[in-house]
Design a protein around this ligand. Structure first.
Ligand code: NAP
Length: 263
């Protein structure tokens, strides 16, 4: 099943689940940065909410918003009961410290799963893991290589794979090329999240029955590009666009529903 088909199927299931809930779930999206990428991501999230019959409200603040002002709003959203959860769209303007904002969002409302005390996983790794399980990708005892070690993708992805008893290796910008080539050659699952278009290419050898999950999204003159070139000859390779981005959007609503459980 393609990722598009999988997402469509899961959306139908979520819609059905929501239709049985006594109260419609609700979320707020706080936007401070008015850049085109953020606008596109938010548009997608609002469209998903509409399709799933979930209340979503965009709270748009001016670019000049101070950290203090944003923290005041977060405090209100943390303590009010208008929304089951909320997100603050990243990146934020320079005057605001992103880590301080992530820590200020209560784990009870944090649908991005960024807070260290959150019981939820960040959306990108969560969406990927759900998809791998759905596709019955064998995980137990398999060699998984995660390229990239960010707090929102690489590290939590490695943790989820480890929880499934994969042998996990995390690679990064300081990994030597020969070492990277060796790990990749023996990998059953490769998750690449580095933001370097076409980094995984024919310089490397891949197991024919391996799975490549391409998280990278880079805007180039030739359009959106992933971290891998197309058609690397493996069993499953997720496309860009139309791949991990869709899984991430889906996981946002899966996280929201988890927060509403027991309410
Ligand atoms: P990030 O915070 O910039 O981290 C990038 C990571 O890649 C770092 O750990 C860095 O290593 C590593 N790296 C950079 N160049 C490398 C190289 N040549 N070889 C090996 N490792 C290298 O990025 P991020 O937030 O994790 O995002 C990564 C990519 O995924 C971006 O393209 C982003 O747009 C995309 N993304 C997509 C989605 C989605 O929904 N599809 C969601 C999130 C992110 P060091 O730590 O050593 O610097």
């Amino acid at each position: 099943m393609t990722i598009k088909e999988y997402v469509l199927k899961r959306k139908q299931e979520i819609k059905q689940y929501v239709s049985c809930m006594q109260k419609k779930p609700s979320l707020a999206i706080v936007q401070v940065n008015d850049d085109p990428a953020s606008n596109a991501y938010i548009k997608g999230k609002l469209k998903d909410a509409e399709e799933l019959n979930i209340n979503a409200k965009l709270i748009k603040l001016p670019q000049s918003t101070t950290q203090e002002e944003l923290l005041t709003l977060i405090n209100k959203l943390n303590n009010g009961d208008n929304y089951d959860g909320f997100i603050v769209q990243m990146p934020l303007p320079n005057q605001i410290n992103e880590e301080a904002i992530k820590l200020a969002i209560s784990p009870k409302k944090d649908i991005d799963g960024f807070h260290p005390l959150s019981t939820l996983s960040p959306c990108t790794p969560k969406g990927i893991m759900n998809y791998l399980k759905y596709e019955n990708v064998e995980l137990l005892g398999k060699n998984a290589v995660v390229i990239g070690r960010s707090n929102i993708v690489g590290k939590p992805m490695a943790k989820l794979l480890l929880n499934e008893s994969c042998n996990v290796t995390i690679l990064h910008s300081k990994t030597k090329f020969e070492d990277m080539a060796n790990y990749i050659k023996n990998a059953d699952i490769i998750v690449v999240a580095i933001g370097r278009p076409g980094f995984l290419d024919k310089r490397f050898n891949y197991k024919p029955d391996s799975v490549i999950v391409d998280v990278g999204i880079s805007r180039t003159d030739e359009g959106l590009k992933g971290d891998a070139i197309k058609d690397l000859g493996v069993k499953i390779q997720t496309p860009v666009p139309g791949g991990v981005g869709l899984l991430t959007r889906l996981a946002l609503y899966e996280n929201l529903l988890e927060l509403t459980k027991g309410k």
